[in-house]
Design a protein around this ligand. Sequence first.
Ligand code: ADP
Ligand code: MG
Length: 267
Amino acid sequence: MTAVQPTGAVTCRAVTKVFDHTSPEVLAVDGIDLDVAAGEFIVILGPSGCGKSTLLSMIAGLESITSGTIEADGEPVTEPGPDRCMIFQQSSLYPWLSVADNVSFGLKLRGVPKSERREIAEDLLHTMGLSGFADHHPDGLSGGMRQRAAIARALAMRPRVLLMDEPFAALDVQTRTKLQNYVTRLRDESGASVLFVTHSVDEAVALADRIVVFTARPGRIKAIVNVEIDRPRDSHSPEYHALHDHLVDLLADEVDRAFAEQERIRA
Ligand code: ADP
Ligand code: MG
C-alpha cells in the first residue's frame, strides 16, 4: 500500500547551492535536509547572508538547485508553480491597476470570470483589513497596506505553500505585529504551509511551529526548535523569554562569524 502524501508538504534532501558565476564561487547553502508538513508554520532564522533567500528561491523554483532534491507535494520542483507563492520584503504591485485588480490579476490569467474574481478579491481584502480600498491604487496606500494587498494577491491563487522572505522587515513594529496576527490566522484558515524567513528572534517566536536556525554562510541547519507555547503567545511569559534567550544564544556565534566574514571581504 502506498502512503498518502499530505498536500502542501515540502521535502528538502541534501539541498546545496553554489553560485559559480562569481570568482571565487560562493557556497551559499550546504546540505539542507528539511521536511515541512502540510499546514505547518516554519520560520527560518539566521544571520544576513547565510542563504535563507537562496533556499526559499529554490523551493519557489526561481533558482536552480546545484545538488540534492526539493519536492512539493511529492513532485520534484523544477520551476515556479501556482502551488508555491513567494512574498518579498518589497512587494511589487502593478501601479496602474486598482488594489482589487492587483489581487485578482493571477485569477484573470487563469480565466476566472470577472464577477467571481471581484468576489474573491473583496473577500480577501476584507480578511486583510483592506475592505474600503478595493478601488484605490497602490500608490495611495501605506507600506503596510501594500504588503497586505500583496499577501491577498498571493492567497488569491490558493497556494499550498507560502514562501515569505522577510515580508515585514520594512514595516514599523505596530504594523508588523498586526500583520503577524493576520498571517497566523491565514495559515489556520487556508491550511497552507508557510516558510517564513526572518532575522528577528521575536518574530520567529511569535509565529513558528518550528524554528530552523541557520549557521552563517554556508547556510547549514544548526538547530531545529519546536515552539510549544500556546497561541496567542504572550511575549511577557517566562517560557517565551526562555525560548527567546535560547535562540539568541544559538544565533550569537553565527552572527559573529557572518560579521567577521563581511569585515574580511571589505578588507
Ligand atoms: P540571506 O537571505 O540569508 O541574507 P542570501 O541567500 O541572499 O542570504 O545569500 C547567501 C549568499 O549567497 C551570500 O553570500 C550572497 O552574497 C550570495 N548570493 C546570493 N545570490 C547570489 C547570486 N545571484 N550570485 C552570486 N552570489 C549570490
Ligand atoms: Mg535574504
